[in-house]
Design a protein. Structure first.
Length: 375
């Protein structure tokens, strides 16, 4: 089978595609995969690092704030759309795929659209609770729309073949065990707080975490691992200015990038972070209590909708960024950590949301689409 994958712009669009591609290769080693991405996009680095062949189109997204500069950019985007359509048709003609899989981001728009027009069976996977613009535009053109959470179903008409499959979870996350992870990290019996804002960091979350870390250092009641990200180099100085001496507080670890996330997540008692789809999927997979601070700087505020899918089910607590302060984060975290029953309830409810066989569900739907079957 030959499968064309497309999706880009953020890791939240790219990593699900790579997870599904990896599972496909595991099930059917002879599968040929070609990934179509945007030249210079994040996918160029991540996909090639994963070892898959790539083809490129040049495309950009529309700017919603209509400043003179953005109007000019939007005209450029229209021109690129026509060029991308031609580039996509050539890629599809040369590769002759049996199936096209899109995972979101504006690069996937012209690829899925042209593939459907050329008679290639298409499937879209939507990882967020609030579907993106590209997904909404293409939903009626695909054989199946695979959803991470049931909440997303309400945004589509009955004419769209929606199937709830969940998000794929990395094998190393599933395999990590709490006690082994805590031992490997050198932790003692005190609760562990894990906080992070993604690989690049999140300035607002870092500011609040700095206050919390300083307070935690005074009491010594908790252990804390915080990932501050590569885009906030001033963070360490700010923490020191609050009186936190890292050399004298071994129970607090500050890392630019958490490269052993499966281990840290498995060991944690409370997780504090953004509400990206894949982060929440891993929180659910490990049944962890969490305080979510959705990023407001994302398309259609989708992280808020992601977070609320857990909050409504008693599976997480939320602080919106506009309300976030160090004092508020500290009070909420300390209240949870002093209430084991509430921590347990949040974690159990998060675990109930996990779809453990997401990869297999997605694989079954891809095979149906490729074979001309319907769910």
């Amino acid at each position: 089978m030959k499968v064309l994958f497309t999706g880009g712009g953020t890791a939240g669009h790219i990593n699900p595609a790579l997870a599904v591609a990896g599972y496909l290769k595991q099930k059917e080693p002879d599968t040929r995969i070609l990934y179509v991405g945007n030249r210079g996009g994040m996918e160029e680095r991540l996909v090639q690092r994963a070892g898959y062949d790539m083809a490129f189109i040049t495309i950009s997204g529309f700017q919603r704030r209509l400043t003179p500069q953005n109007i000019k950019r939007n005209f450029q985007t229209v021109g690129r759309m026509f060029a991308a359509a031609a580039e996509t048709r050539k890629i599809i003609k040369d590769f002759a795929p049996d199936l096209c899989v899109g995972t979101g981001g504006y690069v996937s728009g012209p690829v899925v659209w042209e593939a459907a027009r050329m008679g290639v069976p298409c499937v879209i996977h939507e990882s967020n609770a609030y579907p993106g613009v590209t997904t909404k535009m293409l939903a009626k053109s695909v054989k199946a729309l695979l959803l991470a959470v049931p909440d997303a179903k309400s945004y589509f008409s009955g004419k769209v073949n929606c199937v709830v499959t969940g998000n794929p979870v990395r094998g190393e996350v599933l395999a990590a065990e709490r006690e082994a992870s805590r031992k490997a990290l050198g932790l003692d019996s005190r609760p562990l707080v894990l906080s992070f804002g993604g690989s690049l960091g999140a300035s607002a979350l870092n500011r609040a975490a700095a206050f919390m870390l300083a307070e935690s250092a005074k009491t010594g009641k908790y252990q804390h691992i915080h990932g501050y990200g590569s885009h906030d180099p001033a963070f360490l100085e700010e923490v020191r200015a609050l009186g936190l001496n890292i050399d004298e507080t071994p129970h607090i670890r500050l890392l630019e990038y958490i490269d052993n996330m499966p281990q840290c997540l498995s060991a944690a008692d409370l997780v504090i972070g953004r509400a990206g789809a894949m982060t929440l999927t891993e929180i659910e997979a490990k049944a962890k209590a969490s305080i979510l601070v959705p990023s407001p700087n994302v398309a259609e505020n989708h992280q808020f909708h992601n977070a609320m899918a857990l909050v409504r089910r008693g599976a997480a607590e939320i602080i919106e960024e506009k309300d976030l302060t160090g004092e508020k984060l500290w009070r909420k975290a300390e209240k949870l950590l002093s209430d084991p029953e509430r921590l347990r309830s949040l974690g159990e409810n998060a675990g109930k949301m996990e779809i453990v066989d997401a990869n297999e569900r997605i694989y079954r739907e891809l095979k149906k689409a490729a074979n001309g079957e319907k769910a």
